[in-house]
Write a protein that binds this ligand. Structure first.
Ligand code: MLT
Length: 255
């Protein structure tokens, strides 16, 4: 467990595992690194696991009024450099996947391979962008419960998972949530990067994902047939909680 001070942010992280290869597990919105716990436990012998909280979430803070997904990626690059990791595999869940793609674009030499878990490569449509700005305003007015009330059931049909996610969402900072929504709205389209990058990619996606449909992963794969797609039957938007064994097995392909 530790904290680094980089780019005007305080970045909290956990580092566990006995494996040699560093693997950074990047959480999604509006969550923190603890979402990875059931899957991380299964990977302790395989990787040197680094689990950061992105700025604005968990134990991480930023003094900036607004920032981008690329800024979040820069925080993680600075974290790796500060703790002496020269290159790593990255696995990003949903928004964490957007951060992983931005990281690969800005810091390609720090990346060995990538996994996109319940994520997508394209940017937002104008309508989606508008709805994120609207949700950001509502969260700032009414608090984290706006996200918890509208998103929890869409992550998973499992009541236990829903309860864990709700609790995790409710402890997040509303300004961090609103900033992340605006950052996601303005993120780059990573389709060219995904199509052309030299890094190996792995796609992991539940076929019952209501937030980012599995079709997004199938479409991505047509652009990069060498990337294996691990489709998890009956699994929703939180494979690391609902299918930790299968998620861990797929992540071992990054070894
Ligand atoms: C996430 O789980 O990180 C979000 O659903 C991603 C998004 O809203 O695009």
């Amino acid at each position: 467990m530790g904290k680094v001070f980089v780019n005007g942010s305080t970045i909290f992280y956990e580092r566990v595992g006995e494996g040699r290869k560093p693997l950074v597990l990047i959480h999604g919105f509006p969550l923190d690194h603890t979402i990875w716990a059931p899957t991380a436990e299964l990977l302790l012998d395989d990787f040197d696991l680094i689990l950061p909280d992105l700025r604005g979430f968990g134990g991480s803070f930023s003094s900036a009024a607004s920032y981008s997904v690329a800024d979040m990626a820069d925080d993680l690059a600075a974290l790796l450099q500060t703790i002496g990791v020269q290159s790593a595999a990255l696995a990003g869940h949903s928004m964490g996947g957007y951060v992983a793609l931005a990281f690969a674009s800005k810091h390609p030499y720090l990346v060995e391979s990538l996994a996109l878990v319940a994520s997508q490569i394209a940017g937002d449509s104008p309508e989606k962008r508008e709805s994120r700005y609207q949700t950001a305003r509502e969260i700032q007015e009414k608090g984290a419960s706006v996200a918890a009330d509208s998103m929890t059931a869409k992550f998973s049909a499992n009541p236990q998972t829903q309860a864990a996610l709700r609790e995790m969402m409710l402890r997040q900072n509303k300004d961090g949530m609103a900033s992340a929504l605006r950052a996601m709205a303005e993120r780059a389209d990573s389709t060219p990067l995904f199509s052309m990058a030299e890094h190996p990619f792995v796609l992991i996606h539940g076929d019952a994902d209501e937030l980012i449909p599995v079709e997004r992963a199938r479409e991505a794969r047509t652009l990069r047939p060498s990337a294996p797609l691990f489709e998890l039957p009956g699994v929703g938007h939180a494979p690391m909680l609902d299918a930790p064994q299968q998620t861990a097995a797929a992540l071992r392909s990054l070894k």
